[in-house]
Design a protein around this ligand. Sequence first.
Ligand code: TRP
Length: 414
Amino acid sequence: MEVDKKEEIDSESSEQVVNPWEVSAKDGGKIDYDKLIDKFGCQRLDESLIDRVQRLTSRQPHVFLRRGVFFAHRDFNEILDAYEKGDKFYLYTGRGPSSEALHLGHLIPFMFTKYLQEAFKVPLVIQLTDDEKCMWKNLSVEESQRLARENAKDIIACGFDVTKTFIFSDFDYVGGSFYKNMVKVSKCVTLNKAMGIFGFSGEDHIGKLSFPPVQAVPSFPSSFPHLFPGKDNLRCLIPCAIDQDPYFRMTRDVAPRLGYSKPALIESSFFPALQASTLLSSLQLLKGENGKMSASDPNSAIYVTDTAKDIKNKINRYAFSGGQDSVEKHRELGANLEVDIPVKYLSFFLEDDAELEHIKKEYGEGRMLTGEVKKRLTEVLTEMVERHRRARAAVTDEMVDAFMAVRPLPNMFE
Ligand code: TRP
């Protein structure tokens, strides 16, 4: 059995730092994901697992699997072993409602979770950590709750099935069995350990210290007695970005001591900013609002609220190009696809594998110019954002209430 590695938070700026509050690469370069896998002690998601997903679900694996966006896991193979024998599982993901408008990077875990829910026909719980954002961002309780409901609309717009999905706000839902599990978890984690995993210091307020159990316990089915009564052994799979790993290292560490199964994880890399000088995740927008990081710049990301014109302008003006300075040089040398943001973005959002390969080849060998690639990306993103806008506009308050109602889901495994 694998033992989760402990991890110390780096404070040295010369090292890459990845934790729930900070993502920064070494010397401003790229995140070294191989190193991260080693350091965190998670496993690489390899071809053979992806093939297994294809076999078990009888459908083509999601683009994010085929193209390595979700690249690491913990015990995902065990979830598949059990599924193969007819044992289902449930999905758990979440969002910290820190801002009104979501950008494309925020949608990635939800798009992927929707695919998993459909492909495996399993229930899903979505945690809105309004308490977390209230404590970390100095938002009022009321404002965090308002943002949670607004963000719920964007999440619902991703197409989740209301008969299989429970969305909850911590402020509304924490209590009862959920709270009992929080207390059980809290008793297993010393202050020293929390400081080691999360980098808390004596200057942090105690609200921060109290939060990790809140994010931990949705991993346990007994936290949802209206959904999983008598199903204490149901396993949990968590799709998330890899910066959330510390929460779940802690959770997996304490689970056996409580007699619970460890949650399995499937983890993604980060979505790059348009300028590629930084990485986008919700936490960087958070930092950006302190004026520290360039992600506070609305031009570093495409938001789901952007107009077609905004999208076109941002891509044309700001998307970092790996093309050469002059057409002559470009025809001769071709584009550097490693650093090219339009190609990166297309590899996240252009479904057609053959078209993507074609673009990479033509652009990489200089027959296609940056402008043409940017034009194609503009089309793809405009369509996606338009579709999202229409879907979100169709989400009513009644629908939000329906997803958030504490109720049994009788057909959740069908
Ligand atoms: N802490 C996460 C954030 O700030 C929100 C979250 C809660 C989450 N539970 C989760 C994310 C489970 C992924 C999986 O966005």
